[in-house]
Design a protein around this ligand. Sequence first.
Ligand code: ZN
Ligand code: ZN
Length: 389
Amino acid sequence: MPIINRVADLSDEIATWRRDFHENPELLYDVHRTAGIVAEKLKAFGCDEVVTGIGQTGVVGVIRGRSNGSGKVIGLRADMDALPIEEATDLPYKSRTPGKMHACGHDGHTAMLLGAAKYLTETRNFDGTAIMIFQPAEEGGAGGDAMVKDGLMERFGVQEVYGMHNMPGLPVGQFAVRPGSIMAAADRFSITIEGKGSHAARPHDGIDTILVASHVVTALQSIASRNVDPLESVVVSVCMIKAGETFNVIPQTAEILGTVRTLSPAVQDLAEGRVRAILENVCAAFGAKATIEYWRGYPVTVNDVEKTSFIAGVAKQIAGESGVDTAVQPMMGSEDFSFMLNERPGAYIFVGNGDTAGLHHPAYNFDDDAAPYGVSLWAKIIESGMPAR
Ligand SMILES: [Zn+2]
Ligand SMILES: [Zn+2]
């Protein structure tokens, strides 16, 4: 029995909600309309508690099962925000706001979790408490972190937490997941090297920042080749180097910008430590001075091993053994559900979105046929994770 029958019955309604969100995209924390509709619907469904304003514009719905002998509390999370992209589709429900669109399918994620809330409030066929988490600002604003900092986990007693993202290229009706790291950490650095400007014909009077910067860039590549275990993953990319104006002046300063992508916190720490040490010591060797700003972006998204095998088992109830890839390759993109997984064990899974343009592409669209699978997964996580007595 793949899709839950009642969920299949709800699919037209879920598609209507999704298309309304698609038509009215909102960015980052400014998801007032979307969050308002979410809160209103959760109340109308009969959620036991609906709390707004968590992490600025986040919304939480609490659904209690028929009994609570287990004392278990499971959180399900969706993201609500769109992207600053001009939509390039001819859909009847195309974005009405120029320069904004749902190009990552968060319209579908929000509608799917609403669908699950409707089903779960109707049936309550579980022993414990389900927490529906709707977060703002996944696309670069760390809304997941904001909700965590606002006490999300403690306030609702969340014990484990699950996230789901649609995946273009994966057939509708299939799922993909992996234990351990599934999405990368994305950090950034900005370096300024201060030397001593001089006449190009009198280099011995100066400290050549271009030479120093070149040595720094070269040495940074030893992090991947000499510091990190070859079986681990790291990317160190210098993407901007700026120094000098003309052909006969040795410049006083040089600037370097770059990014570091990693799949484990240990490698992330190692890479940052090495970037700093290489910079300081290479510059010292030449008598130059360096300053660095190093920003940690979203952390690595790490799936708990046991919760991954749980969610994979639930997904197989829906998609069958062959419809669930349990060893999908990790992605070097990042995801702020990582902040929630750093707080509580859980897993992040991909649901097939079929043959559409890629995520963040102006022609992307969420496939409404994917929703019944995602909603069934949400419902079965609750019903299998906290079975009714
Ligand atoms: Zn995205
Ligand atoms: Zn996304």
